[in-house]
Design a protein around this ligand. Structure first.
Ligand code: CTP
Ligand code: CA
Length: 224
């Protein structure tokens, strides 16, 4: 690993990254999920590792290979993701939460496959714990905490309110406006907002180039 190579800018730093979707079980064969590919978070984990950080990647179900040198913890549900994040948070210098965590989970998981009936059906849901907000509430000033936001309207205002509510250093807004940005693609277009409400907009580029931009911000933040 690159961890002990002192010439690298993030040598000696520990990073915690979340990626991918979570799956919330309904019964033994069904779940509530989303279209996150995990590509953005994996690209960030890979880049942080290349810059010398010791990286723990907590990832929901994805089709991606773990980047070499990255320590991956595979999870399925939001509550499993929370447990690993709580374990690794206090030791981490850099925390990047790019997972698309389910906001709701079934109140009860059926132990047998639910059979169809003639009537309509609905599934009672409860809110999941907001992992990012939970970590943000105990963050120290030495840690750099980065969240993501996916918005379809009032993008900047919504992202800024998430940054404040979750006590983040930066929030990365994923644009839904541009073709070529978002879930299924290999490219992304981001806008980053910091605590001083400064806004930085980036061009549409590959997710690995976006990861490099985010990691440049992290390196500068830790050097300042
Ligand atoms: N997040 C989290 N735990 C949750 C939900 C979200 O850690 N249970 C994190 C995501 O990883 C992301 C950030 O919070 O970094 C914002 O996620 P997003 O879905 O955009 O915002 P929410 O706060 O869930 O609000 P909403 O979905 O209503 O816009
Ligand atoms: Ca959400």
């Amino acid at each position: 690993s690159n961890y002990l190579q002192p010439s690298l800018p993030l040598a000696g730093k520990k990073a915690l990254v979340t990626a991918g979707p979570t799956y919330e079980a309904i019964d033994p064969v069904r779940f509530i999920g989303n279209h996150s590919s995990g590509k953005m978070g994996y690209a960030i984990a890979e880049r942080l590792q290349a810059l010398g950080a010791q990286v723990t990647l907590v990832a929901g179900p994805t089709a991606l290979a773990t980047p070499p040198g990255v320590s991956k913890l595979a999870v399925t549900s939001a509550s499993e993701m929370l447990a690993y994040c709580e374990q690794h948070f206090s030791a981490a210098d850099i925390i990047v939460m790019s997972a698309a965590v389910a906001d709701y989970t079934p109140i009860e998981v059926a132990t047998q496959k639910i059979k169809k009936k003639d009537s309509e059906m609905s599934i009672p849901l409860k809110k999941t714990v907001d992992i990012l907000a939970t970590l943000g509430s105990t963050k120290s000033s030495e840690q750099v905490l980065i969240g993501f936001a996916l918005e379809t309207n009032n993008e900047l205002a919504n992202a800024l309110s998430k940054l404040k509510r979750k006590n983040l250093d930066y929030i990365v807004l994923n644009s839904m406006q541009d073709a070529g940005a978002g879930f299924a693609t290999d490219t992304n277009k981001i806008t980053v907002i910091d605590r001083q409400e400064q806004i930085q907009s980036f061009e549409l580029k590959s997710k690995s180039a976006v990861a490099a931009d985010i990691c440049t911000l992290i390196v500068k933040h830790l050097q300042a």
